[in-house]
Design a protein. Structure first.
Ligand SMILES: Cc1ncc(C[n+]2csc(CCOP(=O)(O)OP(=O)(O)O)c2C)c(N)n1
Ligand SMILES: [Mg+2]
Lengths: 339, 245
């Protein structure tokens, strides 16, 4: 086992190569560009710098269907441009890895500062109903490891898996042990071997069926069920129990690193697979009187948590990219006082 | 003795007839693509057809080989991904003028810079057929459409110029000039690099009707009258058809 100093974005690139990446298409954007830069010199990866993120996602769809494990990486603005084709990849059942290293938005926002504003975009960014698997690691080591899992889950579910990160974790340098994790091999036969028709239209047996509600319901049901089944393999979360506290903090990604400072006063739950949501949170939450979600947006995951638990959940919202321990502490105390 | 119609083997017979309107020119383009593949002995196993969205975008689904029906405008980057992942495949794009030159125009521009070895067949009916007959990037100036009732004010797109500048293959033909069109497509499939063939095609339902044509036949004959073959041209005039390499 070797220990090396790696940046978060570099870790994704290097793990992707080890996980079997063969084709990468991307467009430069802060704070994700290092992934593109890191892959440029990889001999086993065919790389295209495309004209935009729409071309990038579509090129990896084509490459993946042709048999190459494929990935793209971007940040919020580019992720928005990819949304239509992410829906296509769900409908055509194409394995892909899409990395989103989040920055402050909306629009061009604050390009160099971290945020967590794309949580809903991961889940609901494309039109129609689909059931994405989304991982959100919080360290360089985890980014390395979950890049493998993202590739494997993509192959197992035949769907685009989102690896969510942020400008903080993406640019963080940490020493990690690089290991080879298990790899799921391709099962989908490549293009040029049969007479299948891959289409974004509602379809059955390779044939478009654009006016039969029953076929559509069956297809959507199939998409949902397979995502549930595959994601069971990746029930990844961190739970730091605290029997002397009546409050559970929920945080993920960059911000979750700060919550470790509060573990003497609070219990902590950190989902790594943020979607589909892990049901274990129901049992965990039952032990605590109060629940507080901390996130770097005006409240996205908090609504999902509330919806799952059917109870009131508090929010600590951090905006503008600055993570200040004192500020978070006083916000937590404020919530305690109000009760 | 009747000659066996072998080009039909490239199509999924169970999906015929197509759902295109009576008089639509798209079927002629499907036949042209099949004939070109047959002439070059393209095996169904090593060939992939990609389409975007539109009436023409339905083309991919009729071929009896692996095919991809992508989203509107993105057939070219999908095809480039396929070719980059497996360069032994013959990768052919068949799609509409709105799809390839309007919403997807920027991809064509940059695919031509990359000169990716794929063949693009553009069904240029000079209209957005599927959505009811709005102006498209190949609508002639002055031509009446649903969104330009007084006649289109805009210059139709000139793809020949940048494809030529980027050393790609460009050809223009019409569904009336069947043999010429077949030659254009066959040669384009042999070209090493990006090839683009624009086939002028009639849409009676959502274009011709509005421009005073009584039927599809009249539109077809208008191609005979309006386009002249020029095989020596360096640059094709707007009423000429031919091949630019
Ligand atoms: C992103 C997006 N915008 C708009 C549409 C609606 N739409 C479907 S087909 C089409 C026009 C297609 O025109 P063209 O490529 O010329 O094909 P034709 O129908 O004329 O063969 C449009 C605008 C869509 N499907 N997707
Ligand atoms: Mg058209």
């Amino acid at each position: 086992m070797t220990k090396i100093l790696l940046q978060g974005n570099q870790a994704i690139a290097q793990a992707a190569v080890k996980a079997g990446l063969q084709f990468f298409a991307g467009y430069p954007i802060t704070p994700a560009s290092e992934i593109l830069h890191e892959l440029v010199n990889e001999k086993t990866v065919k790389l295209l710098q495309m004209e935009d993120e729409i071309a990038s996602i579509n090129a990896i769809i084509g490459a993946s269907l042709a048999g190459a494990k494929s990935m793209t990486a971007t940040s919020g603005p580019g992720f928005s441009l990819m949304q239509e084709s992410i829906g296509l990849a769900h409908m055509m059942e194409v394995p892909l890895v899409v990395v989103d290293v989040q920055r402050v938005g909306p629009s061009t926002g604050m390009p160099t500062l971290p945020a967590q504003g794309d949580v809903m975009q991961c889940k609901y960014g494309s039109h129609g109903d689909y059931f994405p698997i989304v991982f959100y690691p919080n360290s360089v080591d985890e980014l390395y490891q979950y890049t493998f899992h993202a590739f494997n889950a993509a192959e197992e579910s035949l769907s685009p898996v989102i690896l969510l990160s942020d400008g903080y974790v993406g640019h963080l340098y940490e020493t990690i042990e690089v290991k080879d994790y298990d790899k799921t091999e391709r099962t989908l036969a490549p293009l040029g071997t049969s007479n299948r028709h891959f289409t974004g239209l509602t379809h059955e047996d390779s044939k478009p069926a654009t006016s039969d509600p029953e076929i559509h319901k069956k297809l959507i049901h199939h998409l949902e069920e397979k995502q549930k089944l595959v994601s069971k393999k990746y029930n990844a979360y961190e739970y730091i129990e605290n029997t002397s506290s009546n409050t559970l903090l929920i945080a993920y990604g960059a911000l979750s690193r700060v919550t470790y400072h509060f573990k003497d006063d609070f219990a902590i739950y950190r989902p790594i697979r943020i979607f589909p949501m892990i049901k274990d949170i129901k049992k965990i939450a039952a032990h605590y009187k109060e629940i507080i979600v901390l996130e770097m947006n005006t409240g996205q995951y908090v609504n999902e948590v509330e919806r799952l638990l059917h109870r009131k959940v508090h929010l600590v919202s951090i905006l503008g990219g600055k993570i200040d321990l004192q500020d978070i502490w006083s916000k937590l105390k404020q919530i305690r006082r109000e009760k | 003795m009747t000659k066996e119609i072998t080009y039909l083997n490239y199509l999924k017979k169970e999906r015929l007839p197509t759902q295109w309107c009576p008089g639509c020119g798209n079927g002629i383009v499907l036949k042209l693509v099949c004939l070109a593949m047959e002439k070059l002995n393209f095996s169904q196993k090593d060939t992939v057809i990609v389409s975007g969205i539109g009436c023409s975008g339905r083309s991919a689904g009729f071929f009896n080989l692996d095919s991809v029906h992508s989203v509107h405008g993105r057939a070219i980057p999908v095809a480039e991904g396929i070719k980059n992942a497996n360069e032994n495949l013959n990768v052919i794009v068949v799609s509409g003028d709105g799809d390839l030159l309007g919403i997807g125009g920027n991809h064509l521009l940059h695919a031509s810079r990359r000169n990716t070895n794929i063949s693009v067949v553009c069904i240029a009916n000079s209209i957005y057929g599927m959505t009811g007959g709005q102006s498209s990037p190949t609508t002639e100036q002055g031509s009446r459409t649903l969104t330009a009732p007084q006649g289109s004010a805009e210059t139709p797109i000139d793809v020949q110029s940048f494809l030529k500048a980027h050393h790609c293959y460009y050809a223009r033909s019409t569904v009336f000039h069947f043999n010429h069109a077949e030659k254009c497509i066959t040669e384009s499939f042999q070209f090493k690099g990006l090839s683009f063939v624009e086939i002028k095609t009639q849409c009676i339902t959502n274009d011709g009707r509005r421009r005073g044509f009584k039927n599809a036949y009249e539109m077809l004959i208008s191609y005979k009258e309006n386009y002249k073959i020029n095989n020596k041209a360096e640059v094709l005039e707007h009423n000429e058809i031919g091949i630019i390499r």
